[in-house]
Design a protein around this ligand. Sequence first.
Ligand code: FES
Length: 157
Amino acid sequence: MGSVTFADSVVKDPPAKEVSRRSLLNLLLGLSLFSGLGGTIYTIFRYLWPSAAVQEAGSPGKETIIPLSEISVGEAKTVRHLGKPHIVIRLPQAVNALNAVYTHRGCIVYWDKDQKTIPCPCHDAFFDLNGNVLKGPPPSPLRKATAKIVGDKIVVT
Ligand code: FES
């Protein structure tokens, strides 16, 4: 009859579940891709459909004044005018101000200085410098605001 030693009576822990290095890396990679993709999608949605707070922010008055030095000839700047984003385009002899919120689906158009057009990213539409439809589904042009150069300022009303 054998004797039981202390070492034989110690209950051993069950083997821990092994997490392989590969599965851990796959999990971390998946999480980082998921969070990065989520952030990108959220940013795109916020750009295309800005919140009411963003749309209402900006100039509360009837005039928006931009220093002339902020927009070179052939360039444009998006500013808030009466709570809405407007594209102010500086031409050689004048300035154009167009409401950048397009009514088709409310997307924000932007100035493409290389093509000298105003694309809408939502449905592949294009507008000219005066907001007229060049291509795409928009049934009407962009709304114009009055803009003029007064001394060293651009005044949008
Ligand atoms: S919302 Fe711009 S073309 Fe449809």
